[in-house]
Ligand binder design. Structure first.
Ligand SMILES: C[S@@+](CC[C@H](N)C(=O)[O-])C[C@H]1O[C@@H](n2cnc3c(N)ncnc32)[C@H](O)[C@@H]1O
Length: 250
């Protein structure tokens, strides 16, 4: 608890990332990944292997969206094919910033909210989603873009905020779908893009529930199971599995 509080104070993050919960979520992921290391190992390895198998064409710059702690990103593999790896996330953990700072410019951290909504947290679920501006331009200009276990997470913070403000469910779902749609559209507008994302989840082996709100992202090249919450991880004792899909877009 003390270490988490220290990390919360020391990690550079925008006011919005602190207040909105991105920073806390990311610190939580670090600890969850440690607790669930065995259950997550195959998912992390498959994510890296899927990307590594598609690095035949290298280039100047590869952009990694949702890079976080780099649990599922083989930076060395990317650096062997690209001059520069640009990591883009709402928050970059300290150790990742340190790695970038000592990489002689070959690893760059860009902190940005990629959900495409205006930053004002008071706004409701009626704002237009826009994937415009310097960060999105840089993404579109990259030789390869990899969206790594980010898509379903893009809606977590805004949906929580809208739900707390008691906006109607239909409006929240419509807005969340626009965020997901815009991310898929962004990747489709890139030269080459890979999308790895959880697409459905289930509890205790029950029925699968769609996480992409009915959106069709096109055929997946690979799919696998990720035991996000093994037995004992969640307070309610339920096991949560996610179906992850990996596809080329753009
Ligand atoms: C499930 S994690 C992906 C795993 C991550 N690559 C890792 O190894 O830790 C999702 C990542 O997406 C980031 N994220 C969530 N919402 C975001 C947003 N709106 N804009 C940018 N990054 C976001 C989180 O900060 C987190 O690092």
């Amino acid at each position: 608890m003390i270490l988490e509080a220290l990390e919360w104070c020391l990690t550079p993050a925008s006011r919005a990332a602190r207040a909105g919960g991105h920073l806390s979520e990311q610190i939580a992921i670090r600890h969850r990944a440690l607790r669930c290391a065995e259950a997550w190992a195959e998912h992390l390895a498959r994510t890296k292997a899927y990307v590594n198998a598609r690095l035949d064409q290298g280039g100047r710059e590869v952009a990694v969206l949702g890079s976080g702690h780099l649990h599922d990103v083989d930076v060395a593999g990317l650096l062997s094919r690209f001059d520069r790896v640009v990591l883009i996330d709402a928050v970059h953990p300290l150790e990742v910033r340190f790695r970038a700072a000592t990489s002689r410019g070959r690893i760059v951290c860009l902190a940005a909210d990629l959900c495409g909504l205006p930053p004002d947290p008071r706004l409701g679920p009626t704002e237009t989603v826009r994937t415009e501006g310097a960060v999105f331009d840089r993404i579109r200009a990259a030789d390869l873009v990899v969206s790594v276990n980010l898509l379903s997470q893009l809606v977590v913070v805004p949906v929580r905020r809208w739900a707390l403000a008691e906006h109607p469910d239909e409006a929240i779902i419509r807005a969340a779908r626009s965020v997901l749609e815009a991310h898929i559209g962004l990747l489709r507008s890139c030269r080459r893009a890979l999308l790895i994302s959880d697409a459905a989840h289930r509890f205790d082996g029950g029925p699968w529930e769609d996480l992409l709100l009915g959106l069709d992202a096109g055929p997946a090249e690979e799919s696998w199971m990720w035991t996000l919450a093994p037995r004992g991880e969640e307070k309610d004792g339920r096991v949560e599995e996610r179906r992850v899909e990996a596809r080329r877009l753009g």
